[in-house]
Design a protein around this ligand. Structure first.
Ligand SMILES: Cc1cc2nc3c(=O)[nH]c(=O)nc-3n(C[C@H](O)[C@H](O)[C@H](O)COP(=O)(O)OP(=O)(O)OC[C@H]3O[C@@H](n4cnc5c(N)ncnc54)[C@H](O)[C@@H]3O)c2cc1C
Length: 449
């Protein structure tokens, strides 16, 4: 069955014929071009000092093939941007699921984070000169970029803590401070940093103290100290950089949107991006389930005389994985539809639901697959160990689960409590009235509720 035929019925009416055709092409491209290219990508990665200076040539080959098929920049939603391929968030979300099955597919189609979020920032908030200088080559896949918010010395999940200093002097801003977890900064093509810093520490509104400025990666005073590993994986050539800024001079014209608008930018940046991550994660979970099914039917590896598939507990893993992935997918697609019908702000609850639920679901599914492979599941012979490490970070990156849960819980409680208490009180009193009208005594007269 093709990808378009597998779109959940609830989402079908919102998907155009053109998107369905592209979705089938994406699936085909990922399964027949990207996944088979992965061993070559690994083999072409540089070793030692070349680790962060070489780019596997196979990616450029894939990019050419993707462009020839029109599989390029599908992420920019048509409602808000003219520069993309003209799909809705829902339509691209469906495609992102398949991109999530290969670690090369997102970049091969120019839909890779953090460039996608950075391109959205430039398209939405950049001025003409900024768009020409940075957005055009990013859309063309010629350069890459990084988003520098998180800092080693402060708890960065509370972005008001960010303290890289941005001081205006004439026509320039001077930047001093440290950043880490700057994803993509290892790539030799990474030419642009979007840097968040404090430009007005004295502002009484803590949400107006921050700004985002565009910084060319080769500006004097910038030092990339090291690349951080994720459970031992270095994610080369992409990488996660630890970077310092010492008296880095940036033209004032590089300020995005205006001084003090940093929060507005980060909030605008993260909505659709979370849907992209969530749908790619659904794809990763599907991939893990496929590997699980392959292992449990491997006739060479029987336990106690039977295939693993003959053991009831293992079939239960398959069934539970199917249920959990399908349920999680609906949560994400619902959020995408909500964004399409309004905007990311009107879908805050739905986006947060997807952001929290999907990585946890995928981790459970991946873990079952790891278990089914035994020791093979934790080594490099399956994609499972790497998938687990990648997906685990999503419970922290873009804000930890706890922050989203706290905001969601607070909102749910605030917006619903009065109406709920009023209705329950009314029902209790009405119950007493109906009892009395029927000449009956209350069976629970001592209830305190
Ligand atoms: C693989 C990866 C890639 C990343 N890429 C980027 C990037 O490109 N650019 C970038 O700027 N950053 C990036 N990050 C950083 C990421 O966004 C931050 O790690 C995240 O926002 C959390 O900030 P922190 O690490 O400073 O944790 P802290 O803020 O120190 O929080 C630590 C822990 O405290 C707990 N906590 C926090 N708030 C609450 C609360 N309200 N209630 C209960 N518990 C709470 C949570 O469990 C949290 O994990 C990346 C991280 C990873 C792992």
């Amino acid at each position: 069955m093709s990808a378009s035929a597998r779109i959940p019925p609830i989402a079908q009416p919102f998907v155009s014929d053109r998107a369905k055709k592209t979705l089938d092409l994406v699936e085909q491209f990922v399964e027949t071009e990207c996944i088979p290219a992965e061993p070559t990508f690994q083999a072409q990665l540089g070793e030692g000092k070349q680790r962060w200076t070489t780019n596997p040539a196979i990616l450029e080959t894939l990019k050419t093939k993707a462009r020839q098929q029109g599989l390029w920049n599908m992420f920019l939603p048509k409602k808000h941007f003219s520069q993309g391929a003209g799909f809705t968030n829902l339509e691209y979300g469906l495609m992102a699921e398949y991109l999530g099955k290969s670690k090369l597919a997102s970049e091969a189609t120019n839909n890779a984070a953090p460039d996608t979020g950075n391109m959205e920032v430039l398209a939405k908030y950049g001025n003409d000169a900024q768009k020409q200088q940075w957005l055009a080559p990013l859309l063309d896949g010629k350069i890459r970029s990084a988003f520098l918010m998180t800092e080693p010395d402060v708890a960065s999940s509370d972005a008001t803590n960010i303290e890289l200093n941005m001081r205006r002097e004439g026509n320039e801003y001077i930047l001093n401070g440290s950043k880490w977890w700057s994803s993509g900064a290892g790539d030799p093509r990474c030419s642009l940093y979007l840097v968040m810093g404090k430009s007005d520490a004295a502002n009484p509104d803590p949400y107006r103290q921050q700004s985002v400025i565009l910084v060319s990666a080769d500006t004097p005073g910038i030092t990339v100290h090291r690349m951080l590993s994720v459970y031992g994986y270095d994610d080369a050539p992409h990488g996660h950089g630890h970077i310092s800024f010492e008296n880095v001079r940036v033209p004032a014209s590089n300020m995005v949107l205006g001084e003090g608008r940093g929060f507005e930018i980060i909030q605008g940046r993260l909505g659709p991006g979370r849907i992209h991550h969530a749908m790619r994660t659904i794809g990763a979970a599907e991939k893990a389930l496929e590997w699980l099914i392959a292992r449990i039917n491997d006739d060479r590896k029987k336990t106690f005389g039977q295939n693993l598939a003959a053991h009831g507990v293992i079939l239960e893993w398959v069934a539970r994985s199917r249920i959990e992935i399908d349920a999680a997918r609906l949560i994400v697609l619902n959020a995408a539809i909500k964004i399409d019908e309004g905007d990311a702000k009107s879908a805050l609850k739905e986006i947060a639901q997807a952001k929290v639920l999907v990585p946890q679901t995928a981790l459970t599914v991946i873990d079952r697959a790891v278990q089914a492979y035994g020791a093979a599941g934790v080594c490099q012979d399956t994609p499972l160990a790497n998938l687990w490490a990648m997906i685990r970070t999503l419970r922290i990156a873009d804000g930890p689960d706890e922050v989203h849960l706290q905001q969601m819980g607070r909102r749910e409680n605030r917006t619903r409590k009065d109406a709920i208490i009023e209705r329950l009180n009314w029902q209790r009193k009405e119950g007493e009235r109906v009892l009395a009208a029927n000449g009956l005594a209350n069976p629970n007269p001592k209830s305190h509720l």
